[in-house]
Ligand binder design. Structure first.
Ligand code: G3H
Length: 256
């Protein structure tokens, strides 16, 4: 549109796509840190990208967080397909209920009048629990559904913000600080080079599974997430579609 051209948003989208070598970038106006409704716009932009992408049967794996919750709020039944299944990408019990992937998936299914699966697994598990959970037939079944997803929808968080939100203990937090963790996605913590410096043991989608997923939609905005988004994008899969806001986009383009 004329508005987008005048504000240079189209240019920024093309620049970010080329710098980070990803499939597509969509930028909404404003900064969600300063103006809360910009997060609603991120949700709307994600819903619109999903509509363009989705035809026929789709399994959509979804992570938690307030941004994913904003996406759920903006989904409507007018998709080209009613054969959609929303499933949590990983265990998420422990976070606030409205930000848990189970809650978000159930809302996504209700708003699109499609289906969802629940995955009642904690956000972080011990080695013992992990090993025994992996033997459970119910868990195995959901894991197979997750791995066969055609779309992954996920948020990106600031590392320390996410670690504190997950009530990570002081020792681990200190270790993450010393290793310069700046970004988080799927329970993985990244430094500025995009290297994994810490990982929460969790049942569900692993970073290495992303290569097999045809479309990965990352939704994250706000100037406070610049370092986090940049870190994640260093090694993000090339099929990534980034939905972000102007506040983050301007920061991401600094120095280029
Ligand atoms: O897992 C959580 C996301 O990475 C970020 O959460 O959307 O609430 O900032 P958020």
């Amino acid at each position: 549109s004329v508005m987008r051209e005048a504000s240079g948003i189209d240019v920024m989208e093309a620049q970010l796509k080329s710098i980070f070598q990803i499939q597509k970038v969509v930028i909404v106006s404003g900064d969600s840190d300063e103006t809360p409704w910009v997060k609603t716009e991120l949700g709307r932009a994600c819903a619109s990208s999903m509509k363009k992408l989705i035809m026929g049967k789709n399994i959509i794996a979804v992570t938690g967080g307030s941004t994913m919750a904003a996406v759920a709020d903006k989904l409507t039944p007018d998709f080209k397909s009613d054969d959609l299944l929303f499933v949590p990408a990983r265990g998420g019990i422990g976070e606030e209920v409205q930000n848990q992937a189970n809650t978000i998936c159930s809302k996504m299914a209700a708003n699109t009048r499609t289906k969802h699966r629940v995955f009642y697994v904690p956000d972080q598990v011990s080695n013992e629990i992990y090993t025994s959970f992996m033997k459970e037939p119910m868990i195995k079944e959901v894991l197979e559904i997750i791995r066969s997803a055609s779309i992954v929808l996920h948020g990106i968080g600031d590392a320390i913000t996410m670690a504190e939100r997950r009530k990570t203990d002081a020792k681990e937090l200190e270790k993450m600080r010393s290793e310069n963790a700046v970004g988080e996605a799927f329970g993985y913590y990244f430094n500025e080079a995009g290297e994994v410096v810490h990982k929460v043991l969790t049942v569900g989608l692993q970073l290495s599974d992303l290569d097999e997923i045809p479309n990965v939609i990352a939704v994250a905005g706000g100037s406070s997430k610049v370092k986090a988004i940049k870190a994640y994008l260093q090694k993000a899969p090339s099929q990534t579609i980034l939905i972000t806001d102007e506040g983050a986009a301007k920061g991401l383009l600094k120095g280029y």
